[in-house]
Design a protein. Structure first.
Length: 165
């Protein structure tokens, strides 16, 4: 567990340090933030020492991800993610594995044809849940016909525990 960042840093640097669990010394650090714009520009704190944003982002944003298929849909997952997939008949707490279509870490990406050989994503079934209620209404004018029903789609909540690629 890292200690709180020094108060001499700007609030943006302190927040980034908390989010990414940086171990910070009293020296000012460079803090880049990826903007919400589609261009993915990086912005620099005013007090920070100059540093190449590409190198910084490579250090911070290196994590393993995979594209898996479950229930006729594809999901992009990383370790620790919680996803909702179409209902799978498994007990809560049981382990479930998925075939991998694509896996990557930073710029290193492996693509399967259609599946990646020897790659597996494992997860733990957290619980069986239902989605929001959808109301279906049927009505025919002048015929005294009016029906209202509802539907809640069942899902399985899964926590991704490991990616082996």
């Amino acid at each position: 567990m890292t200690s709180d960042p020094p108060s001499s840093l700007c609030s943006t640097a302190r927040n980034c340090a908390k989010i990414f669990n940086f171990a910070l010394d009293a020296k000012p650090i460079l803090c880049y933030i990826i903007s919400a714009s589609r261009s993915g520009e990086a912005f620099q704190c005013a007090h920070a020492q100059p540093r190449d944003p590409g190198e910084y982002l490579k250090e911070v944003l290196q994590f393993m991800y995979a594209i898996i298929a479950a229930g006729g849909k594809q999901y992009r997952v990383s370790q620790g993610d919680v996803i909702y997939i179409e209902k799978v008949e498994q007990e809560d707490g049981s382990e479930i594995s998925f075939d991998v279509l694509m896996a990557g870490e930073g710029a290193d990406v492996k693509v399967g044809t259609p599946l990646l050989d020897g790659a597996k994503v494992t997860g733990k079934v957290v619980k069986q849940v239902k989605g929001e209620k959808i109301i279906i209404g049927k009505y025919k004018s002048k015929k005294n016909y009016d029906r209202k029903t509802g539907h809640r789609q069942p899902y399985t909540k899964v926590e991704i525990t490991a990616i082996n690629a």
